[in-house]
Design a protein around this ligand. Structure first.
Ligand code: MN
Length: 319
């Protein structure tokens, strides 16, 4: 089940004209967040730091949080990125330093653009569903927009695509003529896909984008490679379509974008361009002078870890 182009790819992939389709299956690592939450961190990963401008992907759950506090992420700052809160089950209450107070529910887009500075908290509401299952994703802002004013967008209704046995929700960007209302700063796409057991589909892709796919549930053959929760399949560039075959009832996230050409320094919750950017941001979080205040969260804000003594170096999209 190969996907050879009939036309040679004329597009560049991150400046590398020879880069074409690949199939790199990368395993996530388990990370503890706070007291009770465990996540599978799929990006950054060993060989790949980014897919387009997507630079951070945590997949969590499904977790049974009946009678528990669930997600409790205390106020913390962001810089130089967008956060995407994406749920399959449960709900997350978002608060930020702009005064936003928003419950995000399954397949609604919570999109926070940090720009030059924002802080927020995320928590399971006191009254919550039994199961919590979702993903937390970050998008790096390009240099030209990383100092933009912070904003928060909530899009409860997103465009959908359908094919036999397949249902898709466009989170950001466009797929097959359906375009998300979420604001983007580089050409990219994020799509949530639900497939019925046995469904076969071919998704139309942009040959100038690189792509990756992760499974939220089930088991899907993606260009012939079985993808299950806990792993992410990097697909490279130069593809016009992507064959999918669902082995069970499944759900996937498709992430893609124009390869991000800039080198960035990613540390804690910040994306900067230099060691100095990061040290200054940390200082201004600890002194409370830059990132505003989150009101209404029941608890202390997060303290920043110590910045390593050696200077932090800007790094590119692959290792
Ligand atoms: Mn955050």
């Amino acid at each position: 089940m190969s996907n050879l182009d009939t036309k040679p790819a004329a597009t560049l992939c991150g400046g590398d004209a020879s880069a074409g389709p690949v199939r790199e299956l990368m395993t996530g690592r388990t990370v503890r967040l706070g007291e009770s939450t465990q996540v599978r961190r799929l990006l950054p990963n060993m060989p790949r730091r980014m897919v387009g401008a997507w630079c951070f992907v945590d997949h969590y759950g499904p977790d049974d949080i009946a009678g528990e506090s669930g997600m409790q992420v205390a106020p913390h700052p962001h810089l130089g990125l967008q956060t995407v809160s994406w749920l399959h089950e449960g709900e997350v209450l978002h608060r930020d330093s702009l005064g936003s107070l928003q419950t995000i529910r399954p397949r609604e887009l919570g999109l926070m653009t940090s720009g030059r500075a924002i802080s927020h908290s995320e928590e399971s509401p006191r009254e919550h569903a039994r199961l919590l299952h979702g993903a937390q994703l970050w998008v790096a802002l390009p240099d030209a927009h990383r100092h933009t004013a912070p904003t928060f967008e909530h899009h409860p209704a997103l465009p959908e695509i359908t094919a036999p046995g397949l249902h898709g929700t466009v989170i950001l960007g466009s797929l097959d003529g359906a375009t998300s209302p979420g604001t983007t700063f580089t050409p990219l796409v994020g799509v949530d896909l639900t497939l019925a057991e046995g469904a076969a589909a071919r998704l139309p892709l942009e040959p100038g984008f690189e792509y990756a796919v992760l499974a939220m549930t089930g088991s899907v053959e993606v260009d012939g490679v079985r993808v299950e929760p806990g792993a992410i399949l990097y697909l490279g560039c130069g593809r016009h379509e992507l064959p999918l075959l669902a082995r069970t009832d499944s759900s996937l996230l498709l992430l893609g974008g124009e390869p991000f050409a800039e080198e960035v320094v990613m540390w804690w919750n910040f994306i900067g361009r230099s060691d100095e950017d990061i040290r200054q941001a940390r200082e201004e979080w600890m002194t409370g002078t830059r990132f505003g205040e989150v009101h209404g969260y029941d608890g202390d804000r997060l303290a920043a870890p110590e910045v390593p003594q050696l200077p932090l170096k800007p790094r590119g999209r692959a290792r």
